[in-house]
Every structure is written in C-alpha cells, then in structure tokens.
Design a protein around this ligand. Sequence first.
Ligand code: 15L
Length: 264
Amino acid sequence: RRPSPVLVTGAAGSIGRTVVAGLLELGHEVVALDLVEAPAGSSIPWRIADCADPQAVEQVIAETRPGAVVHLASIPREADLPTILDSHVRTTAALLDAMVAHGVGRIVLASSNHAVGRTPRSEILTTVVRPRPDTFYGVGKVAAEALLSLYADRHGIDAVACRIGSFLEEPTSVRALSTWLSPDDAVRMVHAALTTPSPGYAVLYGISANTRAWWDLEPGRALGYHPEDDAEVYADRIGARAQDDAEGRWVGGPFALPEQVRPA
Ligand code: 15L
C-alpha cells in the first residue's frame, strides 16, 4: 500500500516551496494545495483551491486521502480583521473539519512569533506564556492555535503549532540574528512535527539554533526538532540600522510598532 501523502497548503509560498522539496527528499509523499498554479517544473500532485472554502477543502481531502496536513497557507502580514479571520481562522477550521470527517490524524500549523509578539523582550520566552499578539495577524495565529487545541481535545487530533520566527535564506537584520529560521531547519521542524509520536496539542518555536535566540528551543527538542543552523555565522555581514533598537523591544519586532496600528 502506498503511504498516505502529506497535504501541504500554501505549497507555492516561500516556506511551502522549501518544505515541499525537503519533505520529498526525506521520502514523504506530498500533495500540494494552493490558490495558484504549480510553479513551472513541479511534478507533484497539485490542487488549486481556497482553503477558506470548506467544501473545496473537503473535496481535496476526500480525494487525496492525506495522512497529515501541513497548513502553511495564509497572508504573511498584517491586514484588516475580516481578511485575517478568513486567512488564518476559517482556513484552519475548514481543514480541521475535513480532517475529522475523513479520519486525518495530524496537522502541523505555521503559527508565528506574532502570537506572542507584544511580549516585552527580556529573558528567553517559553511556550507557557499568555497569548500576546502584536497585530490582528497575531490574533489570527492565536485563534488558529486555539482551534488546534480544541480539535485535539475534542477529536484526538495530533496538532503541532510552530511559532515561526523569520524564515529567510539568510538573516538580514539584527533582529533576525535572534529570530532566523533557516530553510534547512524549516524542513527539519516540519518533519519532526509530522513524525514525533503522539504529540497531542503542542507548541514549538520555529527558529534555528541561534546564539542570540529569544525563544526557548526546548519545546521543539522535546518533539524531535533539532535545529542545526545558527544566524550568528552571518553576524559580520549585518550593518546596524536605525530600527534595530525599536525592533528589539518586543518579541514581534516591527509588527509591535505603532506603524502597524490600524482599525479592525
Ligand atoms: C511572520 O510571521 C511574518 O509572516 C513574516 O512576514 C515576518 O514578519 C516574520 O513573522 C518575522 O517576525 O520576522
């Protein structure tokens, strides 16, 4: 019997492209789902649908029968509240309902540091802290995490929320020396979240093994995520910028600054 594939939403996005390639290399079968067509040259099964449309999502899950879902699809920046609710909350709920209907046992969510972004930065931040979003974007991630928790409790779904830092080819700011998630570590993180035995509902910080990390790597290690890269290697290349102090004040960096304030 062929192994059940991993359904990756947002497969055409920046994290999605890296994660799809990495999962294939690790021997996972992958089915991609996105709003847009497959990039040229892609040879994996590719579905085009809006994850905020429950019927479309249900159809994809019914037809592709995944063993797990990696939910990366969403708007990666601040927006008005209705857009945020569609992008993060309705998509996650649609996927979870379809998973329950078709017996899919695991979801890995691209959550974000912005779920706790308005936390003043001091010591290393653990995962046992109050949800403290810095934006409506962060509110969307908090709500998506809450949905994972609810469906884990109600339906026994394994659900790992990865609070990703700054996914970049390489760090480009002083803040990113602390918050960087390298492409290779992103693959390690998702693979660990997919394969760790019976996590129930769990949260990890998705960053590399950065010397200047602000977030606790232990919750990830407990789930088998062992990052290997360190942003410090790039420290010499990064020049000081005017925003650096402001970006170091809150966990969420620029998202926590007044420029992001807007009506709901
Ligand atoms: C995120 O969650 C955003 O999607 C991304 O655009 C970056 O801002 C990143 O966090 C970050 O905190 O650097």
